[in-house]
Design a protein around this ligand. Structure first.
Ligand SMILES: [Zn+2]
Length: 237
């Protein structure tokens, strides 16, 4: 299962788009939007595991340690990480009785023991949290939490496990600001239709403290609300 995922991502990372925009002689095509450019591979941190609270999950933790090291490099290439300095160590701590299934902070990732016992197939949760480790945005404008979570779920659901069923999105009440899988599906659609570099550009804005909604418009030629309306009209339920 791990090997399949690795093959899948190496295929994805070398992917350049096959969509070639129609153009006339006067309008030069902008091929840069059709190419998924890669950041330089980063040196992955040492992944440590702490199973003091639940030694019985060690085999699962060891599996995920390998996955986390491989995917750290992949995720860094998906985001705008050219001058990024990875931490030397990321610790995966397995704890009983915490509230969320998992969370990331400055020290690493904490994973709820009861959650992985109930969902031993859920390696993707670590991919989402590892994305947060690499995001480590410290100057994000207010009111961008939906996008931070949307990018983490984009990496998880559209790059790591793209075979999963698509989320249901409420056509009337749904919004790109719903975060998580809804924002992720919107991002994936806009990446495919308009700009393979969109996620990198959004991540760059959040990373370097200059995110504004203009990034969407510059990248796609559409205002964010119009882009959402177009997505909702086309989204297959
Ligand atoms: Zn998250």
């Amino acid at each position: 299962m791990l090997r399949n995922h690795i093959l899948k991502i190496s295929g994805l990372l070398v992917l350049t788009a096959v969509m070639v925009p129609a153009f006339s002689q006067d309008a030069k095509p902008d091929y840069s939007k059709q190419i998924f450019s890669l950041a330089k591979p980063v040196q992955p941190p040492t992944i440590e595991i702490d199973v003091t609270d639940a030694p019985e999950v060690k085999p699962w933790a060891e599996e995920v340690r390998k996955l986390a090291a491989e995917w750290f490099v992949n995720i860094a290439q998906i985001l705008d990480t050219d001058n990024y300095k990875p931490p030397k160590t990321v610790t995966l701590t397995f704890k009983k009785g915490i509230d969320p299934p998992a969370y990331a902070d400055g020290k690493g990732i904490t994973i709820k023991v009861e959650w992985i016992k109930a969902h031993p197939e859920d390696f993707g949760i670590v991919i989402h949290e590892m994305t947060h480790i690499i995001q480590s945005y410290n100057r994000t404008p207010r009111d961008t939490g939906w996008l931070v979570e949307g990018i983490a779920d984009y990496v998880r659901w559209w790059r790591y496990e793209p075979e999963t069923p698509r989320p249901h999105i409420d056509k009337e009440k749904g919004s790109y600001r719903d975060a998580y899988r809804t924002t992720a599906a919107f991002l994936a659609w806009a990446v495919g239709k308009y700009d393979r570099q969109l996620v990198r550009k959004l991540d760059g804005g959040l990373r370097h403290g200059n995110y504004t909604a203009d990034i969407w418009e510059k990248s796609t030629g559409k205002k964010l609300d119009d882009l959402w309306a177009e997505f909702i009209a086309q989204y297959k339920f």
